[in-house]
Design a protein around this ligand. Structure first.
Ligand SMILES: Nc1nc2c(ncn2[C@@H]2O[C@H](COP(=O)(O)OP(=O)(O)OP(=O)(O)O)[C@@H](O)[C@H]2O)c(=O)[nH]1
Length: 394
């Protein structure tokens, strides 16, 4: 049975009742110093968080992956060393949070090692501040990283936009895009592609942006989208999201356009279910079949929930496995055939598990997938609980 879990730092986390230490889903190693890289770290896909001091890098990481409330980030201390964070969830990767005052010309700065296995580089710009210096740093970072590893995807978060009017947001994004594109084009580096996102930790925009960043690291994305499309068209579902429950990042959605309101509703539903199940659900110890420490909201790993909205729509959540949940939005009329929807969901779940099972086998046999992961920085999801336990023990 899952519950919110309090670390010493008072941050709420999703984990298993009665566990001592970090919850099974999310572990913060909090170690520093690049010299201590071990082999396992070197193999994990890496996501770098860079930007000037106080731009909001650590806050983003804490809010998205450690459930810190946005207001608490006011007290986050400045990062002085590279902080690595193992995200052991459905998406198994490492986040490296860099200090703002990073010096690229320091001989200790090993570009090859840092950018070599990087899948994505997220550069955070404080939109409430003068951003000219940040743009210079962005240019320097992108050109250096691209030289070492041309496969990195560059993601620019134009951050703290909660303090800006809608017009100002658009104008800032346009200006930043224009300036950096001009600089890259002057240096004949037009082949470097940057993606821009308007973000704030005070709303869902940061989750939405991170979802898109992470999706680029998931090689199975087209298959997942296809499966979701098939599910939606055969079950009368208007919109479906496949969520990583721990982070509330959606790892895939069907191909109909994402509208922010539907996304927010589906994402909020996960919070509601976790909160309710942590208070009223069956505890892990109560379950006779309980042998391990599942992060599933129910003992049998088959959680589902339904919320009827006052506009004739229904929100329906089904647990896929301990890390993933499907949340969909459909018309109440279509929900009359719930049996059909549930049957289709079971087929969908089997297909998803098969996709990742194949990948996992490739990964653990070392027959190509792992090598591919190392060179592209892609994240390989796995589904077997035993596998998770093995990794945690390691
Ligand atoms: N208004 C607003 N403030 C934010 C947002 N994100 C972060 N902040 C604030 O920005 C300040 C700096 O955040 P940090 O996360 O420490 O910034 P950092 O980039 O990690 O800073 P260094 O560790 O010094 O490099 C904190 O006071 C946060 O509360 C946001 O989306 N909106």
């Amino acid at each position: 049975m899952a519950s919110y879990y309090d670390y010493d730092d008072g941050v709420s986390h999703y984990g298993a009742t009665g566990e001592v230490g970090p919850p099974s889903g999310l572990e913060h190693t909090g170690y520093s110093d690049t010299d201590l890289l071990d082999v396992a770290d070197a193999e994990k896909p890496r996501l770098l968080l860079m930007g000037l001091r106080r731009s909001g890098k650590s806050s983003i990481e804490r809010v998205v992956f450690h459930k810190m409330s946005p207001n608490e980030t006011l007290f986050v201390e400045s990062t002085t060393k590279i902080e690595k964070d193992d995200i052991i969830s459905f998406i198994d990767f490492q986040i490296w949070d860099f200090p703002g005052q990073l010096d690229f010309f320091d001989p200790a700065f090993d570009s090859e090692m840092i950018f070599g296995q990087c899948g994505a580089l997220v550069f955070v710009i404080d939109a409430q501040d003068d951003y000219l210096e940040a743009l210079q740093r962005l240019y320097m970072t992108v050109t250096r990283a691209h030289k070492v590893n041309p496969n990195i995807s560059f993601e620019v978060f134009i951050h703290k936009v909660d303090g800006l009017s809608d017009d100002h947001k658009i104008e800032t994004q346009r200006d930043i895009h224009q300036r950096i594109s001009d600089e890259l084009s002057d240096a004949q580096l037009d082949n470097i592609h940057l993606s821009f996102y308007l973000t704030s930790i005070y709303d869902h925009s940061i989750y939405e942006a991170f979802s898109k960043v992470i999706q680029k690291l998931i090689p199975q994305l087209p298959t997942l989208e296809n499966l979701l499309n098939i599910l939606c068209s055969n079950s009368g579902i208007e919109k479906a999201f496949l969520f990583d429950v721990l982070s509330k990042i959606y790892i895939a959605t069907d191909s109909s356009p994402v509208d922010m309101q539907s996304y927010e509703l589906c994402s909020d539903m996960i919070d509601v279910i976790l909160d309710v199940s942590s208070i009223y659900g069956i505890s892990d110890k109560d379950s006779p079949s309980s042998t391990s420490t599942p992060t599933s909201p129910t003992a049998d790993g088959d959680a589902h929930a339904l919320i009827r909205l006052n506009n004739g729509m229904v929100l329906y959540l089904r647990e896929v496995n301990q890390h993933l949940a499907l949340v969909c939005l459909l018309r109440e009329d279509n929900f009359e055939k719930q049996g059909l929807i549930d049957y289709n969901f079971r087929c969908f779940r089997e297909a998803i598990l098969e996709v990742f099972e194949l990948r996992r086998k490739g990964y653990s046999n070392g027959n190509g997938a792992a090598d591919e992961s190392r060179s592209t920085g892609k994240a390989y999801g796995t589904v077997e609980e035993s596998d998770w336990n093995r990794r945690r023990a390691g």
